[in-house]
Design a protein around this ligand. Structure first.
Ligand SMILES: [Zn+2]
Length: 284
């Protein structure tokens, strides 16, 4: 796999665009509770896309390229200290322009890894994908929305067990803490085992006020105390395998429909963030 930004334009021009795939990670710099760094989603997105690129090159023999990650993302709750967020409109426009640039270079298989599960971010990115695919013919896919909705490869048993009992783990809880422990445990600060659980129902996640309330003074929603490195390994491997499947099917333009769908995209009120009245990023 090669970083496009370290190549010259001539080298890029010589690559076989029909037989190569290019990845771009878009995720926020965002507070992740007292034990995880602001770059958590970027670290995850880079780890997952590199894992998938490695598998694709080794097993499928297709060349992979990537751009440096873009620390750009929309989020529904932006009032917590420490985050750098963008509106849905800005996120969508930037994604469109990244896709336009890659399309202009001739790439025909472009994968956006939006490694931030917030529906505001997913919808903004998917809208950009749809615009580009309409303009140039199908050339881009953003599979993370479908994967976050559980439509990727079936999760391993230990993950499913925990999801059943402690499923409302929305932000910087056991899922993300485990993932980071497995990627690089020096990223995770001591004390996560002693953090109290913060709970919110899936329905209340729609309300920004209730989310903010649930985050309290800590800034996470979930149960970080349940995190382990082993769970993280399983979560990350599952995510990599799902991305691999999505990308290969997309490359062959066959059987990738489930990765091109995002259930929440159909809920129109979630698109209100594109309007400047509703879409303001509130800081403080
Ligand atoms: Zn996160």
């Amino acid at each position: 796999m090669k970083d496009l930004s370290l190549m010259t334009w001539k080298e890029i021009k010589q690559t076989d665009k029909e037989k190569s795939i290019v990845f771009a990670v878009l995720a926020p710099i965002e507070e992740h509770g007292p034990c995880l760094p602001l770059a958590t989603d970027l670290i995850e997105g880079e780890h997952w896309s590199r894992g998938a690129m490695k598998e694709i090159e080794e097993k499928d023999g297709i060349e992979c390229y990537y751009l440096p990650s873009f620390p750009i993302a929309a989020a529904s709750v932006n009032r917590f200290y420490g985050s750098v967020h963008f509106s849905m409109k800005t996120t969508c426009e930037v994604t469109c322009e990244i896709l336009e640039s890659l399309r202009h270079m001739g790439f025909q298989h472009i994968i956006v890894i939006a490694s931030h599960a917030d529906p505001d971010h997913q919808i903004a990115v998917i809208k950009a994908i749809r615009r580009i695919n309409k303009k140039y013919g199908v050339c881009a896919l953003a599979p993370m929305g479908a994967i976050f909705e559980g439509n990727g490869i079936e999760a391993p048993e230990d993950v499913k067990e925990l999801e059943k009992e402690y499923g409302n783990d929305f932000h910087a809880g056991w899922i993300e803490t485990s993932s980071l422990l497995a990627i690089d445990e020096t990223c995770v600060r001591d004390g996560y085992k002693n953090l109290p659980d913060t709970c919110i129902s899936e329905r209340d996640m729609i309300s920004k006020e209730k989310q903010l309330q649930a985050m309290g003074k800590y800034g996470y929603i979930g149960m970080p105390r349940l995190a382990t490195k082993e769970l993280g390994d399983h979560l990350n491997q599952n995510c990599i395998a799902s991305i691999h499947e999505a990308v290969i099917n997309f490359y062959h333009r066959k059987g990738y429909d489930k990765y091109d769908e995002y259930f929440l995209y159909k809920i129109l009120p979630l698109h209100l963030g594109f309007l400047s009245v509703f879409g303001k990023v509130k800081r403080g």
